[in-house]
Design a protein around this ligand. Sequence first.
Ligand code: B1M
Length: 209
Amino acid sequence: MAKLDDVKDLVSRGRSKLIAAKVQEALDDGSTPQEILDAMIDTMGEVGDRFSRDEIFVPEMLISAKTMKNGLAVLEPLLAEGATENLGTCIIGTVEGDLHDIGKNLVAMMIKSAGYDVIDLGVDVKASQFVDEIKKQPDVKLVALSGLLTTTMPAMRETVKTLKNSDLGDFKVIVGGAPVTPDFASEIGADGYAPDAGSAVTEAKELTA
Ligand code: B1M
């Protein structure tokens, strides 16, 4: 679909001011929010591949990320599920040392729309910050950890260990992000793993039911 290709092209070239209108055009043209989201995620993968090949550098990755965020803002109300019940509190963050937040934001958005009260601690979140926030909240059912760098997988392991040893209540820990595998998740003692934002909701509901 031509409009979908235009969306991909704008994300790829980091044209952050033009993307919102183009996403709307793609919607008007008949593309579904999920198709547009998938197209943008694919394009970010291609951006990452170009970075790996030294064809682009960090600033280009950054403006593509900004462009995707602006595009996502248009899709957000359409992707939201419309919760019918309150499922408790979810504390989410990207683990220490890691600044990637688009996937984490997507997971936060989907989990919120499923009916959780989401407290987003942002990026580069230390284990102790998760613990401090859990202590402040009365009804934590889920702690969600995102990580995009192989170099921050030890921080994810450390955070899960800290949470599991904390004796702070009956919450579940779910992990995800490109380098995270189901095996890694179970090895570090997480209760759940999800490969993408949609399945994070399914997994969260199963864990906290
Ligand atoms: Co970075 N970066 N980056 N980066 N970046 C990657 C991750 C990389 C794969 C690119 C590459 O080399 N091909 C690579 C990591 C390699 C590795 O570790 N194996 C990399 C690198 C190396 C780096 C730096 C080290 C570069 C440098 O400085 N030399 C640096 C690290 C900074 C730091 O974090 N300390 C860096 C910096 C950056 C920017 C800041 C420029 C920017 C991030 C901006 C931002 O997030 N606000 C950036 C970007 C944009 C990328 C790529 C291109 C795109 C990431 C993205 O947003 N994808 C990325 C390449 C790639 O992903 N292929 C890359 C779209 C997003 C929707 O997908 O986040 O994977 P993702 O989320 C998915 C799933 O993973 C999952 O759901 C989402 C889909 O629904 N998911 C969860 C995520 N969290 C989840 C949690 C869950 C469940 C599912 O449960 C709790």
